[in-house]
Design a binder for this molecule. Structure first.
Ligand code: 13P
Length: 258
């Protein structure tokens, strides 16, 4: 089964709107020759930069994503953002349940599930993040933690909707630390995630779901990671903040995709 590579830049809380616009303007010519049939290239700026970036990516092969979505249509939810607000700007992808949201802002599998269901109902392409902490891995609990995050986060999702989801496996100990999981280690975990998806949604759906790796992925290690059978792209933090490093990463990843 060949799945189209998806490389998404999660800009986190970086870049003002003006800086975000400059970054994406610099990125456009560097990835202009990447055929949209070969890879999806996504950038996920912070909310205040979405409009500027939406404008800048029009007519290019770069797609727009954001970093959160609330489950309610509107109301008293200070600091949150609704589907309609994101849709109006032209957002296509939505990152849900990033480990930083889970660690610092009380995101749970239950809230991930609510955000996911709204994102699906509203026609977004969700990027659902899962990943174990260092203590989980060292304690031999990686699979147990991931199984729990998958079961809770994806609870009640239909087969048809599951096919629209992208999963991002981000070992928390590898995020921003320079410590990447080895390709073999990442593949082993991706295969475990794939087996959960196949069991839950059937192989006809499970085999089509793209699973990104995230955690200190950069141009230098992208090719070997994406060469693994169940690694279908990356969710990129630090290396997405510069046009040249992100473009190089995209090209190296595609060159080696299975
Ligand atoms: P880094 O690429 O900076 O390790 O961040 C990964 C990440 O959290 C992407 O969502």
């Amino acid at each position: 089964m060949s799945r189209k590579v998806i490389i998404a830049g999660n800009w986190k809380m970086n870049k003002t709107a003006a800086e975000a616009k400059s970054l994406v303007e610099a990125l456009k010519p560097l990835v202009a020759d990447v055929c949209p049939n070969k890879a999806d290239i996504v950038v996920c700026p912070t909310f205040t930069s979405l409009a500027a970036v939406a404008d800048a990516v029009k007519g290019s092969n770069i797609k727009l994503g954001c970093q959160n979505i609330h489950w309610a249509a509107s109301g008293a939810f200070t600091g949150e953002i609704s589907a309609a607000m994101l849709k109006e700007i032209g957002v296509e992808y939505v990152i849900i349940g990033h480990s930083e949201r889970r660690q610092y802002f009380g995101e749970t599998d239950e809230s991930v599930n609510k955000r996911l269901k709204t994102a699906l109902a509203e026609g977004f392409k969700p990027i659902v993040c899962i990943g174990e902490m260092l203590a989980d891995r060292e304690g031999g609990k990686t699979e147990q933690v991931l199984e729990q995050q998958l079961a809770g986060g994806l609870a009640g999702v239909t087969k048809a909707d599951a096919a629209k989801i992208v999963l991002a496996y981000e070992p928390v100990w590898a995020i921003g630390t320079g410590k990447t999981a080895t390709p073999a280690m990442a593949q082993e975990t991706h295969a475990f995630i794939r087996s959960f998806l196949n069991r839950t949604f059937g192989t006809e759906v499970g085999e089509t779901i793209r699973i990104q790796y995230g955690g200190s992925m950069k141009a230098e290690n992208a090719a070997e990671l994406v060469a693994e059978k169940d690694i279908d792209g990356g969710l990129i933090g630090g290396a997405a903040l510069k046009a040249d490093s992100f473009a190089a990463l995209v090209k190296n990843a595609i060159g080696n995709a299975l």
